[in-house]
Design a protein around this ligand. Structure first.
Ligand code: COD
Ligand code: ATP
Length: 201
């Protein structure tokens, strides 16, 4: 089984591309969903570690992470983001490795949706290839403002704390541009699927 990392900046269309791959019968593991499981589970090991390092103010009354407070902190204070990633990324990686072992797919490849992929990323150990979804920054900002009701400044703060286009391109084996319509994206995914099916045969 070939594992492909599906990556790209905020609002580039990773989840949308993942949905089109799933329609074709491709398995997709979503690192964001794995992370949510960790931080939305009251009093989980991740929550204890976060409470130790960040204090009770970031844990809500039900015992899970106060995501809005943590979002505001990490996207304005890079040190806090690094500290949070040092807690969560090894736990996310461990869970993804378990899920990878359990996958039973008739396809020759599967995807791991990974919002954050850098040259020194732990996640590079669990994939053999990288598919980048690229999209013009102004279009991404508009789409996210519509999707999340974030202000333009909030989206720009997140973009400023993510890898740059150049960093992402340097890691990519394949690139799909999602600056066009949803139909364009679906066709691009279908073309990429045919290419991936023909690899390793
Ligand atoms: C900061 C948190 C609590 C915000 O949660 P929330 O549900 O409000 O937002 P969501 O997870 O959808 O993230 C919002 C946007 O920020 C981006 N983002 C999330 N984490 C990071 C990060 N570490 N670096 C840069 N961008 C990030 C996401 O891709 C998304 O575009 C959450 O994203 C988190 O725990 N992040 C740290 C873990 C991580 O690095 N996750 C990425 C998957 S490996
Ligand atoms: N080609 C497109 N045309 C119009 N809207 C699109 C297109 N692609 C994606 N969208 C919309 O843009 C928004 C962002 O897309 P999506 O959620 O897939 O991005 P993402 O890369 O997963 O974002 P994040 O990193 O924040 O999780 C969504 O509301 C999605 O429906």
């Amino acid at each position: 089984m070939m594992w492909i990392g599906l990556t790209g900046g905020i609002g580039c269309g990773k989840s949308q591309a993942a949905a089109f791959f799933r329609q074709l019968g491709v398995v997709v593991i979503d690192a964001d969903a794995v992370n949510r499981e960790l931080i939305d589970t009251p009093n989980s090991p991740a929550i204890s570690l976060i409470q130790n390092d960040f204090g009770k103010a970031f844990i809500d009354s039900s015992g899970s992470l106060n995501r809005a407070a943590m979002r505001e902190l990490i996207f304005t204070q890079p040190n806090a983001k690094t500290k949070l990633e040092q807690i969560l990324h090894p736990l996310i990686l461990q869970r993804i490795v378990l899920l990878q072992k359990e996958i039973n797919s008739h396809q020759n490849y599967a995807l791991v949706e990974l919002p954050i992929l850098r040259a020194n990323s732990l996640f590079l150990h669990i994939i053999q290839r990288v598919l980048l979804i690229h999209c013009d920054e102004n279009i991404r900002i508009k789409r996210v403002m519509q999707r999340n009701s974030f202000s333009e400044q909030q989206v720009k703060n997140i973009i400023a704390n993510q890898p740059t286009d150049a960093e992402r391109l340097a890691l990519a084996d394949d690139v799909i541009d999602n600056s066009g319509s949803l139909k364009d994206l679906q066709l691009a995914v279908e073309r990429q699927h045919i290419i991936y099916q023909s690899l390793n045969k």
